[in-house]
Design a protein around this ligand. Structure first.
Ligand SMILES: Nc1ncnc2c1ncn2[C@@H]1O[C@H](COP(=O)(O)OP(=O)(O)OP(=O)(O)O)[C@@H](O)[C@H]1O
Ligand SMILES: [Mg+2]
Length: 460
């Protein structure tokens, strides 16, 4: 458990922050300590210099005797400065210093040195001292004890040590707590993912509802799972369709061939049987092609090749194609073509969709009930929600209850069985609508069916 914890990004980040914080605060405190120490030392130097000036005055006025008297008096005061006056031979004449390391008296300027006091000869102390040569070989030393400064140093050092220990301890504990919380959530996600990989494609990752990065990751993973599920569903549907709806015509084809072989008929009979076989094979190929086109459209192919499409031109072209067929069936085809209307889309697929709608109108919408000449209208209009392409006929229409299922693959209503077709036309129209982010809806045209393909306008 612990090694897993230590390997997480959260824990590593905690450690990095901890190190950065400690380095930064050590530098900061160190700078303060160094400055305080410097101010302290400066003060000591100043007070020693002042005393030196004063003693120099006294020496000028009263000679060595006067100096000895003053030093004796001052050295006895509690908390006094440090003094030492020696003969040329090095014997002490006055002062409060018991011992000094050799050579200190010979060094010029301020010197930091160990020493011991007369009133406390066994303890070693530190001091900042300055020595002078007096005429006649006498030597004078003036200085101050450094105990206070060193105590302050010790306090600061202990402070740094203690606070570092606290910061490290609390930082580590906090890091472990935060990391364990994150780990728990990741573990739950991993469990769910494993379940999904195992069997359950319907399962989704849990969201904590905090909207943090883990939530966002989970949400987009869920969206991806939705998409995968939809694609799998589509795939399953296609294979089911192939299994059910292509098997029957293939079996029929095979049986017919067998029948022709067994019959022992004339060459004309064989010819007729072969022609029918070719016809059915063509139908099968067309069905396969339609299925493939639908599958490709549903998987999003064709979205890459979207370009501005002139709606008027599109409607015109398709209408022109179906004009002769409509006339042959005794219907009139009226195209209402607006000018200057464009939409962003795949021209070929849109034309195929319109052709499928017109094909249906010509096939099922030309049986006129009251003897009037059937009319098929194709048109386009722009609204705030996008561009609407409509195909309307004046035939028997489709009952409200059937309108939702006629877009399903291979669905053909009973009354249409006499016409050729495989029930895939509207499935493609539906797929084209979805590819463009639009919708396909049916309304009652009173009489007849009105199909509307709404393609939303691209965001400005
Ligand atoms: N304009 C219409 N009037 C009446 N019924 C219609 C109309 N359009 C479609 N339908 C019904 O919806 C069914 C499905 O239509 P679809 O275009 O998907 O398949 P199809 O026309 O039968 O075959 P295909 O288009 O593959 O040749 C049709 O069989 C028909 O019953
Ligand atoms: Mg059709």
């Amino acid at each position: 458990m612990f090694s897993r914890l230590v390997r997480t990004t959260t824990f590593k980040l905690t450690l990095i922050f901890l190190v950065v914080f400690i380095v930064f605060s050590t530098v900061l405190i160190g700078y303060f300590a160094w400055n305080t120490r410097r101010v302290f030392t400066d003060q000591i130097v100043q007070s020693v210099q002042e005393e030196t000036r004063m003693l120099a005055d006294q020496y000028r006025n009263g000679g060595i005797r006067r100096l000895v008297a003053i030093l004796d008096r001052r050295a006895r005061r509690p908390g006094s400065s440090l003094y030492l006056l020696t003969t040329p031979a090095g014997e002490t004449i006055a002062g409060n210093i018991a011992s000094l390391p050799a050579g200190v008296l010979d060094r010029a300027g301020f010197v930091e040195t160990d020493y011991s006091r007369l009133d406390d000869p066994d303890d070693a102390h530190r001091a900042l001292v300055q020595s002078f040569q007096l005429p006649g070989g006498f030597r004078l030393l003036i200085g101050r004890d450094l105990e206070e400064r060193d105590r302050l140093d010790a306090v600061i050092r202990r402070g740094i040590r203690l606070s570092s220990i606290f910061v490290i301890a609390f930082g580590l504990i906090g890091g472990v707590i935060v990391t364990r919380r994150v780990l728990r959530r990741i573990d739950r996600m991993t469990e769910t993912t494993n379940a999904i990989v195992g069997t359950d494609l319907k399962n989704r990752l849990p969201l904590a509802g905090t909207g943090d990065e883990l939530d966002r990751l989970a949400a987009s993973t869920n969206t991806m799972l939705d998409r995968i599920e939809a694609l799998m569903q589509g795939l399953k549907q296609v294979s089911d369709n192939i299994a059910h709806d292509l098997k029957t015509p293939l079996t029929r084809l095979r049986n017919r061939c067998e029948e022709a072989l067994r019959g022992g008929g004339s060459p004309e009979d064989y010819r007729a049987a072969l022609e029918r076989t070719i016809e059915e094979a063509d139908g099968l190929i067309a069905t396969f092609n339609a299925l493939l086109l639908i599958a490709r459209t549903e998987s999003g192919q064709g979205r890459q090749t979207m370009s501005p499409v002139d709606v008027g031109q599109l409607v015109d072209d398709v209408a022109e194609l179906y004009q002769p067929v409509a006339e042959e069936k005794g219907a009139s085809l009226v195209a209402t073509v607006p000018t200057g209307l464009t939409l962003q889309g795949n021209r070929e697929l849109l034309a195929q969709a319109l052709a499928n709608l017109l094909d249906n109108a010509v096939k099922y919408g030309v049986t006129s009930a009251n003897g009037e000449k059937p009319v098929i209208r194709i048109g386009a209009s722009a609204s705030s929600s996008g561009i609407e392409l409509t195909v309307a006929d004046s035939g028997p229409g489709v009952a409200e209850a059937d309108r939702a299922r006629i877009t399903d693959r291979f669905v053909r209503l009973d009354e249409s069985r006499s016409e050729p077709g495989s029930g895939l036309g509207l499935s493609l129209v539906q797929a084209v609508a979805r590819l463009h982010g639009g919708t396909l809806t049916f309304q009652d045209n009173r009489p007849g069916l009105k199909a509307s393909l709404l393609i939303p306008a691209p965001p400005a």
